[in-house]
Write a protein that binds this ligand. Structure first.
Ligand code: C2O
Length: 563
């Protein structure tokens, strides 16, 4: 076990000077104490189909995919969800108001990805632990990418456009009229893994250093809970002007940032508790997100980490004062223009590796529609390569691992709020929906009857916010609390009562977006001692202006099969 001092120590390259929290838990003050930025916070499948698929892939040997014959690949493609890369169209992000061309140079030929033969995996370092030589290589590599002409698919400008194209609906799904979207569903982790993988290969190639590895922003641990200093020097190729001026180091990161500054001396502690909560989810659907089938449109099926802190960090880094509010990181079309984006996503990717190993069994989706989904990306030789989700499951097979650093959130679970409500004295009324979220909403919600003892083993109790309609052009945010009947000011991410959060990173879509949000509450009901209660109080708290742009259609608690 690492000592507390080693966890809290900072390398000369880090900007986070973090003091251990010294305030006893019972003396800790209310959180919803918003302050201006000026204040520092230092403080489907038939059985037959399945058999055939198993034959194709070899059970448990996904690595064998690359050895499929061309005919087999074509057969496997019958089920896959892939972007129609030959028909890329300009996107029109609402915030920009005009069309933007994020399409790659015309693709003439697509080669199938074959995993590389890598004798020793590259080690992606934590940004704050990088050696001067590693920093110099990273700066040089990014600079070389920035100097390539924009129409070179390996250029930094083009790499940024890759994200824009895949994230702002430049592609339709192959053989479908639906958009191909890699956010808010289970393509999120594999897409960003594949994207970073080719980004890294391009850097290795330009630097002529096969061992070069991109760093990760270790935001899940105290030394990484602020903007990494090496990215903030204006003279560096890692710098981006479009970042929140108030969030420069040593300003501490709030992993549930919703757009308002919160003065919170305990933020590091609660960031760890929130990480523990988000990483403790059991199922692939909860962690990776929901599997989208071809022909199905965008809906919210985000996994835990994508929702938070991934989305929150995008908003936290982006500049609210940029010509277009929130550029670069705060919008999907522009996020890839910030070199910090790649370090942010390397840590998101690292979270996938950690989650996979938190149990002694395979944890990823086994749905062939997911495994056969694919992306097309350019490699270091300017060749367009199709890589499948099944080829992205194991980072070691792709030739890299992450530097081993302490993971303090593993031992920092969520805690009860200071004010505990086992049974609420004055029960809030059960209110009618729909409701506009211009201010807090509290309502009693019926819990489902458990039909059989097996239900408690095979099913999860899930809180569902139905028909949530929101304006996708705004950085909206709200939190969902359980068993809180009062104003709930002392409840925050990292408390057991805190069920989940919703953060919208503005998209290309301009029409109101309608979705339903599912939060698994099985464990929280037990931890709060509510198993015997027929109803529970649910509170929804909008955290930024714009709550009037969110409509909640209904709310219920249901049992869902554990997938
Ligand atoms: Cu494609 Cu962090 O988003």
């Amino acid at each position: 076990m690492a000592s507390l001092s080693s966890l809290l120590s900072v390398s000369p390259y880090s900007g986070c000077k973090i003091q251990p929290s010294v305030i006893p838990l019972n003396k800790r003050r209310s959180v919803n104490n918003y302050v201006s930025c000026k204040a520092s916070n230092n403080g489907e499948d038939s059985v037959n189909k399945f058999d055939r698929r198993d034959m194709l892939f070899g059970l448990g040997n996904l690595y064998g995919v690359a050895t499929l014959s061309g005919k087999d690949i074509a057969l496997a493609d019958d089920w896959s969800l892939s972007p129609d890369v030959h028909n890329c169209k300009p996107v029109k992000p609402s915030a920009v108001g005009k069309k933007m061309d994020c399409c790659p140079p015309k693709i003439k030929e697509i080669i199938e990805f074959t995993p590389p033969v890598v004798p020793t995996p590259r080690v992606r370092p934590a940004v704050h632990l990088m050696t001067p030589d590693q920093i110099a290589d990273l700066e040089k590599g990014i600079q070389m990418m920035k100097m390539l002409p924009e129409d070179d698919p390996r250029s930094f400008a083009h790499q940024a456009k890759v994200h824009c194209a895949y994230c702002d609906d430049a592609y339709k799904q192959m053989d479908s009229t639906m958009d191909f979207q890699v956010h808010e569903n289970a393509l999120f982790f594999p897409f960003h893994r594949a994207y970073l993988y080719f980004f890294e290969r391009i850097l290795c190639h330009l630097l002529e250093k096969p061992d070069f590895a991109i760093p990760f922003w270790n935001w899940d641990a105290p030394p990484g809970m602020c903007m990494p200093k090496i990215y903030t020097k204006p003279s560096s190729s890692l710098y981006d002007e479009n970042r929140d001026k108030c969030h420069q180091p040593p300003k501490l990161l709030n992993l549930n940032y919703g757009g308002k500054e919160v003065k919170d001396p305990e933020i590091v502690d609660f960031n760890l508790r929130w990480m523990n909560d988000q990483m403790s989810v059991e199922t692939a659907k909860e962690f990776l997100g929901k599997v989208i089938k071809r022909g199905n449109g965008p809906e919210n099926g985000s996994g835990s980490i994508e929702t938070s802190p991934h989305n929150n960090i995008h908003i936290w880094v982006g500049d609210p004062e940029a010509t277009i509010h929130g550029e670069d990181m705060g919008h999907f079309y522009s996020a890839g223009r910030d070199p910090l984006f790649y370090a942010h996503h390397a840590n998101v990717d690292r979270m996938w590796n950690i989650w996979q190993k938190m149990k002694d069994r395979p944890r990823d989706h086994t749905d062939m529609d997911w495994l056969n989904s694919s992306f097309v990306l350019y490699d270091e030789n300017r060749k367009a390569v199709r890589i499948k989700v099944s080829q992205c499951l194991d980072s070691k097979i792709l030739g890299y691992v992450y530097q081993d650093v302490p993971i303090p959130w593993k031992d920092t679970p969520p805690i009860r709020r200071p004010k505990q409500e086992r049974s609420l004295g004055n029960l809030p009324p059960t209110i009618d929906f729909p409701q506009i979220l211009s201010s807090d909403i509290t309502t009693m919600v019926d819990r489902p009857e458990v039909a059989s003892p097996e239900d408690t083993i095979n099913k999860n109790e899930v809180l569902v916010l139905e028909d949530v309609e929101y304006d996708p052009t705004l950085p909206l945010h709200f939190d969902v609390l359980l068993n809180v009947g009062d104003e709930g000011e002392d409840v925050r991410a990292g408390h057991i009562e805190f069920v989940g959060t919703f953060t919208n990173v503005p998209h290309g879509r301009t029409t109101y977006h309608k979705t339903s949000l599912h939060f698994v509450i099985t464990k929280k009901i037990q931890q709060l001692g509510l198993e015997g209660d027929k109803k529970v109080a649910v509170k929804i708290v909008p955290n930024v202006n714009g709550g009037d742009r969110i409509k909640i259609g209904g709310i219920k608690i249901q049992l869902e099969d554990i997938e």
